[in-house]
Design a protein around this ligand. Structure first.
Ligand SMILES: *Cc1c(COP(=O)(O)O)cnc(C)c1O
Length: 387
């Protein structure tokens, strides 16, 4: 029987929450129109701009990551607009659904789940659009369902060459894990969510808006009220919110962003990169395959194919025995893969623990030898030693 409250979250959100952040959450709420709260809005907004590496507005919405993505779409676009949606996983699929729901005309650029989107396909479609009818390119940077990272930098450069289309990007599992320089890559609309790289519980999402995105917002005719970003922008001039925000989550956000500033962006990216490398290389010693193309591994999730082992049973065994929660496969991948989240508040110990738990379970099922179990840790240590 597992000990209560010792659960280790190794899923791609919600992610573990630091003690300091939990303490901030448990404070008594304050008035959201108070000077004290305005100061918090001011400091969190500044630190959000730092995290996004941007001078653009970064707005905080009470709602999960999908709220920020939907906000991006309904604030920038108008009924019947033609858009490109990149789709190579469950989240790419979601943006196609949202776009269609709002009456947009979707051109889909897809690739097989587990492989990255091909930037050249975006280039081709954008170059052929001589009439400049394409108003936006909507895509997912780190595709959480498959553990693939798409080449956003290159795709964004092609969007810039088109010169009319906006980029609307889901950076929910890349922001705070790897480099997403919003200004340098000239990204227009960037969405993220609190329960991923931010190390706070679910409930807040964030949206960065470029000048060009605001120009589009002036013309947009899709219906919106709660998610009308113009009202958020107007309130932000006064360090305020149009509606009652999740005050305690903002306490938590303030604390988490301070922790991130202390660690520094380069160190945060380095930590995620070494954990990705340790994880992905270790599992290869265990007769397991990576699901994603090895050249495009997400910094925050490793998806692992289990072959003749039922992945759902496997992750349940690990949950029951070790209190480590892993994510399953979605849709046709259910039972075929499991996913290890290593995003946010994750240290080397978490990585060693999860590799050991996987090795232990495979050894117990006589799927690997003790030597292989040892090899997996030895391989991981090569990456974890680097600092
Ligand atoms: C988690 C996640 C989201 C947001 O999902 P919510 O449940 O709305 O927070 C969006 N995109 C990706 C890639 C994600 O991993």
């Amino acid at each position: 029987m597992a000990i209560q409250q010792k659960l280790s979250l190794m899923i791609p959100g919600p992610t573990p929450v630091p003690e300091k952040v939990l303490q901030a959450l448990s404070k008594h709420p304050i008035g959201h129109r108070s000077k004290e709260f305005q100061d918090l809005v001011e400091s969190t907004t500044k630190n959000l701009q730092w995290l996004h590496q941007t001078q653009n507005d970064v707005l905080t919405i009470t709602g999960s990551g999908t709220a920020a993505m939907e906000a991006g779409i309904i604030n920038a676009l108008s009924k019947g607009d033609k858009v490109i949606c990149g789709e190579n996983g469950k989240f790419g699929e979601r943006w196609v659904k949202v776009a269609k729901e709002f009456g947009l005309e979707v051109i889909k650029i897809d690739s097989e789940w587990g492989t990255p989107l091909d930037p050249e396909e975006f280039k081709k479609v954008l170059e052929e659009d001589k009439q400049k009818e394409i108003k936006a390119v909507i895509l997912t940077h780190s595709e959480t369902s498959t553990g693939v990272i798409n080449d956003l930098k290159t795709i964004s450069s092609y969007i810039r060459e088109h010169n009319t289309a906006l980029s609307i990007v889901d950076c929910v599992t890349s922001l705070g894990a790897c480099n997403v320089p919003v200004d340098e890559w000239e990204l227009d609309i960037v969405a993220s969510g609190s329960q991923k790289g931010y190390m706070i519980p679910p409930g807040l999402s964030f949206i960065a808006m470029s000048q060009k995105a605001w120009e589009y917002a002036e013309k947009s005719n899709l219906p919106k009220f709660y998610l009308n970003l113009k009202s958020y922008k107007k309130s932000l001039l006064n360090n305020s919110n149009p509606f009652t925000p999740a005050v305690n989550l903002v306490f938590a956000l303030d604390e988490a962003l301070k922790m991130m500033r202390e660690e520094g962006l380069d160190n945060i990216f380095f930590r995620h990169d070494k954990h990705k490398l340790a994880m992905s290389n270790a599992v290869k010693s265990l007769n397991l395959q990576l699901f994603a193309d090895e050249k495009s591994l997400s910094p925050s999730i490793t998806a692992i194919e289990t072959g003749d082992i039922d992945a759902e049973k496997f992750r349940k065994t690990i949950k029951n025995k070790f209190d480590i929660l892993l994510a399953g496969g979605q849709d046709h991948l259910k039972g075929k893969i499991f996913r290890v989240g290593h995003l946010g508040y994750i240290n080397d110990r978490d990585i060693v623990n999860v590799i050991s738990a996987i090795s232990y379970t495979l050894l117990d099922q006589k799927k690997i030898t003790a030597e292989q179990a040892g090899d997996a840790l030895a391989v991981a240590s090569r990456y974890l030693e680097k600092s």
